[in-house]
Unconditional design. Structure first.
Length: 219
């Protein structure tokens, strides 16, 4: 029963989730909306508790065992506690149960997002640009036909994006735009079809109980 009950629940929820796409009736659509608004909120709440508990457990273990970079685990746990307190009592935009304003500054989730999350995200992506440049340098080495084709396409795209290229080769920007809209779009659509078919096959295997790896390795 320990394995059978999760399999039955996945089968039922999988069928209920697929029916609205097959039966375009108002009853089915209304049921799907209610199902999403109620059940998915419950799942999200349990997932939040499970995620926070897993993070705390993992980093507490690192601190106890003095694992590599365990000092940053303290920063993560303290930041998690402070952010949770501000979110619970300060609200989204300072509309929480307790006053969280000091002068013109408000301790709320919106403030944390605007003045901490966005700058940290921008810093991370700025640092990633150097790694992307290094990876591009290694990938654009013309070692074989595919790498040579990638190098030529990247060179045409970069040169076509420079305004000076219109004076050197007037048709180059149009050719670069053609590469972006035709071959690139076709490749992206092919990848999208492959990902969709793979996701469909994996979903069917999980719903039908063929794939049981999500049960924790049980057979």
């Amino acid at each position: 029963m320990k394995i059978r009950l999760p399999l039955i629940l996945v089968l039922i929820t999988g069928i209920l989730g697929a029916l609205p796409f097959i039966i375009p009736h108002k009853i089915a659509q209304d049921f799907d909306n209610e199902f999403r608004n109620s059940v998915l909120r419950i799942i999200a709440a349990f997932s939040l508790v499970l995620g926070v508990g897993s993070i705390i457990k993992h980093h507490t273990y690192k601190i106890q065992r003095r694992k590599e970079n365990w000092e940053y685990s303290w920063i993560l746990i303290v930041s998690l506690v402070i952010t949770s307190i501000i979110g619970l009592f300060g609200g989204i935009e300072g509309d929480g149960v307790l006053p969280t304003r000091i002068g013109n500054f408000s301790f709320d989730i919106q403030t944390i997002y605007m003045y901490m999350a966005i700058p940290l995200g921008a810093t991370m992506f700025a640092m990633l640009s150097f790694f992307m440049a290094s990876a591009a340098y290694r990938a654009f080495r013309a070692r074989n036909f595919e790498a040579t084709l990638l190098l030529i396409a990247a060179f045409v795209m970069m040169l076509g994006s420079v305004p000076l290229s219109t004076y050197i080769l007037p048709r180059l920007p149009d050719f670069a735009e053609w590469i972006l809209t035709v071959p690139n779009t076709a490749a992206k659509r092919g990848m999208g079809f492959g990902i969709a078919l793979g996701s469909l096959a994996t979903s069917l295997k999980i719903i039908l109980g063929i794939e049981r790896g999500w049960l924790g390795g049980t057979k």
